[in-house]
Design a binder for this molecule. Structure first.
Ligand code: ZN
Length: 321
């Protein structure tokens, strides 16, 4: 496909701190779980921060007395983190805004209405405290236009500006060309074998999504293609951890192994500032052309940071995390 092979290199610290900013609990599983698992398996410190509590997700039928949707979604996120090896989970504490046009859009506390500097300030505090080397947020339209996903893009970029030491910044995206190929190959093959895929008839990556844009990004504008097939079992298990979200997760779980691997075996990232050309590689192996940190992720005494999992709210300074 005319892609360049990324040179693996000694230009990056061997152990980095990588922060993934996600909109809702379960987004980490479907979009970057392979990269999270790979980073954690290689000994990098991985932090996942959620913009919202996912409080407008599906209401599970088996809520315990006193348990809220928010409680369930947080415990599912913790379970996913345990599966993937995430070191720290944090919450910016905003409310789920719902899709464009929903009444929830106007709710006080909705992430889409958050003051940009306030939300980004909460994240920048983590970037500084953790000396984050790499921050991963979303592409400019959040992949499919969901207002909370667009906000992840804005907050991520602003937080990188506010941080005392600007981290390398990547944006996870979907490869629109690969999705079109998936529809015309693996999905068509499954159909020919009589396997029914729920979204079959309507799956069109070129159709206008929530904000009028088509899905994801053209391949020519993407920087990194990360093969995560070695981590697909963990990715699937992380998705399954979000079982309360029956319609999305149930659909993913219903995919045949071939369609699942074709759909989720590669993760795609834009790295603004890097030259054009899709690099088949791993962004933590580095690229000599890339800007970014070069200091090893060690404590002042030179020892590696310890990896006990932590979690907590970021909306209220002083709350445990
Ligand atoms: Zn989401």
């Amino acid at each position: 496909m005319g892609a360049v092979t990324a040179p693996a290199g000694p230009h990056r610290p061997t152990r980095q701190t990588v922060l993934f900013l996600h909109a809702h609990p379960d987004d980490e599983a479907s979009s970057t779980a392979g990269s999270i698992a790979r980073a954690a398996a290689e000994g990098h410190r991985v932090i996942v921060i959620y913009g919202t509590n996912g409080d407008h997700g599906e209401v599970p039928a088996d809520l315990a007395p006193g348990e809220t949707v928010l409680d369930r979604r947080r415990s599912e996120a913790e379970h996913s983190a345990q599966i993937l090896g995430t070191t720290r989970v944090g919450w910016l504490g905003y409310a789920d805004s719902g899709m464009n046009g929903w009444a929830e859009n106007a709710a006080p506390g909705a992430f889409r209405n958050a003051d940009l500097d306030e939300a980004a300030g909460r994240l920048a505090t983590v970037l500084d405290d953790e000396r984050v080397d790499v921050l991963v947020c979303y592409d400019s339209h959040g992949g499919y236009g969901h207002p909370d996903h667009v906000q992840v893009h804005r907050v991520g970029h602003r937080a990188a500006e506010l941080a005392a030491q600007r981290p390398r910044l990547l944006e996870v995206t979907m490869n629109r060309d690969a999705m079109r190929r998936l529809r015309d190959s693996e999905m068509a093959a499954a159909r020919a074998q009589g396997i029914v895929l729920a979204d079959d008839a309507t799956f069109d990556p070129d159709a206008p999504m929530d904000d009028g844009n088509p899905m994801g990004t053209p391949e020519a504008e993407i920087t990194w293609q990360v093969d995560v097939r070695d981590y697909l079992d963990l990715k699937r298990a992380a998705m399954r951890a979000h079982a309360s979200q029956v319609s999305d997760i149930g659909y993913f779980m219903s995919l045949s192994p071939a369609v699942f691997a074709a759909s989720f075996g590669d993760e795609y990232f834009i790295e603004p500032g890097l030259g054009p050309g899709l690099r088949h590689g791993w962004f933590l192996d580095g690229d000599p052309d890339a800007p970014g940190a070069t200091e090893p992720a060690t404590d002042e005494d030179g020892s590696m940071r310890t990896d006990t999992r932590e979690s907590g709210d970021l909306s209220d300074p002083g709350v445990s995390r």
